[in-house]
Design a protein around this ligand. Structure first.
Ligand code: SF4
Length: 498
């Protein structure tokens, strides 16, 4: 909060003040801010520069519905439970964490006394998982991913229609050179705050990633996520192709499908065509490795689909055989007929078939980049919540404590610690900060029943009613994300849990 004085700061005789909100311990001159731009010296007081965000459920109900006390009769001082949730965005930190979290606020919800412990966690050990919806080849698995030339992560697995990247983590943030740590922190911060970041992959492509936006691969904006693998595409559309063509090849880097050989074709009575596909046959009508990965047809490196065909079996094929190729995004499609020598000749695609190419396209989801922030909140941060830190971990695992990041639900991993993952697009804008240690600063809130909080050794003396927080210039009210469950709902199921 901009006018909230941060306790526990040293005032030096030259009027510089020392910020102890992170290990950098800046001395800040009057009128200046510290190295992270989050704290400043305002007339000798250390203040948090960014507004402190509270979520107001009334705003989500159309934006014009304002509770009675906030119209002309509002006294200008109070915010009200249970319609208001205090997030940690702009709340500040209490490094080192032997101190209670900056805000421990209580409210009564549905007759239940709840408490939310609010703090901006400093995460030296964090990263992001990036899911990029694309068939295009981004780079070999395990390749280094770079930002501004520095290694910031690596390529992990390719999943259904998406390429996964793992960025950040201990190794890049603190285990490499100073520059590597700084660039990694910067890339993570931008990604988490919804800004575009250009990443280059060793032995692969350049991709611009922005949370919730289509990826841009080698300068080309990706439009569609594939409808499925080649085999799945045959399953989905085999019936519709029936009668229009004699055979269909769905070109795909992972599984290329052939209608006449595929189970779907067999069941529908599609006769053999004598087609020969180059590649490793997995099961009937399903081929692996028809080409190298690339940015051409179906995520392969081919621009001519005929290059994956061998000669037709002369005993089976016939002149005039109608052959249709399509890629798994519908982006590429072509129609051929066999001539007298059983060689495919490209022909204008019949209108009905063209309409089905469009249907494949229409069935594709829009391609997006997804950025999931991942961090372990099981460190000393817990001491800001309770004097008995392991009990917070147990409480989270026992589903008594609900963890949110800026009010957004998180997925908590099974196993030790409080390892969480959150979709950054579910959080309010610019929810993340950084400190130059380097580390990311992320909001985290723990909401639980007051009675449970007392039982786990919470800092009960620090609990204050949410209505005691003054509405002033330092407080910014925003509507919660419409997809998010309301964090202050003691009796509602609202957990994504491992
Ligand atoms: S980097 Fe920011 S949080 Fe850390 S001491 Fe300096 S001003 Fe405070």
């Amino acid at each position: 909060m901009a006018d909230e004085t941060i306790p526990g700061t040293d005032k030096a005789s030259d009027a510089k003040i020392r910020c102890d909100a992170c290990p950098v311990m800046c001395y800040i001159k009057p009128g200046m801010s510290g190295a992270c731009d989050r704290y400043a010296n305002h007339d000798g007081d250390l203040v948090r520069v960014d507004p402190h965000i509270v979520l107001d459920r009334a705003l989500a109900h159309g934006g014009t519905v304002v509770p009675f006390h906030r119209d002309g009769s509002w006294d200008g001082q109070l915010i009200a439970p249970p319609e208001t949730f205090v997030t940690a965005i702009g709340a500040g930190t209490t490094y080192p964490d032997y101190k209670p979290a900056p805000f421990i606020v209580s409210s009564e919800v549905d007759g239940v006394d709840m408490v939310t412990v609010v703090t901006e966690g400093i995460f030296s050990y964090c990263g992001v998982k990036v899911k990029i919806d694309t068939d295009r080849f981004l780079g070999p698995e395990q390749s280094t991913v770079r930002a501004s030339g520095e290694a910031v992560g690596h390529v992990t697995t390719s999943e259904y229609g998406s390429q996964m990247l793992s960025l950040g983590g201990v190794h890049h943030l603190t285990g490499g050179s100073k520059k590597e740590g700084r660039v990694t922190c910067e890339a993570l911060l931008d990604l988490c705050n919804g800004k575009p970041v250009e990443l280059t992959i060793d032995g692969g492509s350049t991709v611009v990633v922005q949370a919730g936006q289509p990826p841009i691969v080698n300068g080309v904006k990706e439009e569609r996520m594939r409808v499925g693998c080649g085999s799945a595409t045959i399953g989905m559309f085999a019936k519709q192709w029936l009668g229009l063509v004699d055979d269909v090849v769905v070109v795909d880097d992972h599984i290329t499908g052939v209608l006449s050989e595929h189970q779907a074709g067999k069941v529908l009575g599609v006769p053999d065509t004598g087609i020969k596909i180059k590649g490793r046959r997995s099961t009937p009508g399903r081929y692996f490795q028809v080409a190298e990965p690339g940015t051409g047809w179906g995520g392969t490196n081919i621009s001519d689909p005929l290059s994956i065909l061998g000669p037709f079996d002369r005993k089976v094929a016939w002149p005039g055989l109608r052959l249709y190729f399509i890629s798994t995004t519908g982006e590429h499609a072509a129609y051929y007929e066999l001539d007298e020598t059983l060689s495919p000749r490209q022909k204008e695609m019949p209108a009905e078939l063209a309409a089905l190419s469009q249907r494949v396209k229409d069935n594709c989801e829009p391609a997006l980049s997804t950025v999931l922030f991942m961090a372990g909140a099981g460190g000393s941060l817990r001491a800001g919540v309770t004097e008995n830190p392991v009990r917070l971990t147990h409480s989270v695992k026992d589903a008594l404590t609900y963890v949110t990041c800026g009010g957004a639900p998180v997925y908590v991993y099974p196993g030790g610690g409080i390892t969480l993952m959150v979709d950054v697009t579910k959080m309010p804008e610019n929810a993340f900060g950084y400190v130059p240690t380097p580390a990311l600063v992320a909001p985290i809130e723990f909401t639980l029943r007051l009675s449970d909080y007392e039982e786990l050794g919470g800092h009960m003396a620090e609990v204050r009613p949410v209505s005691s927080i003054a509405l002033n210039d330092g407080l910014q009210t925003v509507g919660p994300h419409s997809d998010n469950p309301w964090p202050l709902a003691p009796n509602a199921a609202k957990r994504f849990f491992g």
